[in-house]
Design a protein around this ligand. Structure first.
Ligand SMILES: [Zn+2]
Ligand SMILES: [Zn+2]
Ligand SMILES: [Zn+2]
Length: 169
């Protein structure tokens, strides 16, 4: 799904779909969505918001993880979360938002795709646009000045449809 999900969308479904797509993708590529990888991804899928590695670790610590040793819920080390995020990014399941130093679950996992992030400054939700045209234009403009673009990631801040609607009401 590209663009902002409506506030009242079936998020349980959307989250489950995200996990199922990730399982399938890992299987197809001969790797595994280990419990740790699954958990990190699920924390990101739980909200349409970008989260920093530290916040992800905190959230994981707050969840009942079902780990055998004792009842203490311990947050994983930030390094563990970073390593796991690296894997998830290499699989195209997670994107990094450089401006926020935060991560978001990909809305269209599988193929590598151009991505422009729409970041709502009011509610903090993030959605993806996947416009080839924008990427091409930016890449070509950069080439004209002799600049080679690695990853043309574009981050746009503004207000999402729901927040604009609320402001009008
Ligand atoms: Zn959702
Ligand atoms: Zn994506
Ligand atoms: Zn918003």
């Amino acid at each position: 799904m590209s663009g902002f999900p409506a506030l009242n969308h079936d998020h349980g479904h959307c989250r489950a779909d995200g996990l199922a797509a990730a399982e399938k993708l890992c299987e197809e590529r001969g790797t595994r969505l280990t419990p740790l990888r699954r958990q990190v991804l699920d924390v990101l899928l739980a909200q349409h918001r970008a989260m920093g590695a530290y916040d992800i670790a905190q959230e994981m610590g707050a969840q009942e993880t079902g780990v055998a040793e004792g009842s203490s819920k311990r947050a994983p080390a930030a390094m563990t979360v970073y390593r796991t995020l690296d894997f998830l990014m290499s699989m195209g399941l997670v994107h990094k938002l450089e401006s926020l130093n935060a991560f978001i679950a990909c809305a269209e996992p599988g193929e590598t795709h151009p991505v422009q992030f729409l970041i709502c400054r009011q509610c903090g939700r993030v959605a993806e646009l996947e416009s080839e045209a924008i990427t091409e234009t930016v890449t070509r403009a950069a080439q004209k000045v002799g600049f080679e673009v690695d990853a043309p990631v574009i981050e746009l801040t503004g207000r999402c449809p729901d927040c604009r609607q609320a402001a009008r009401a």
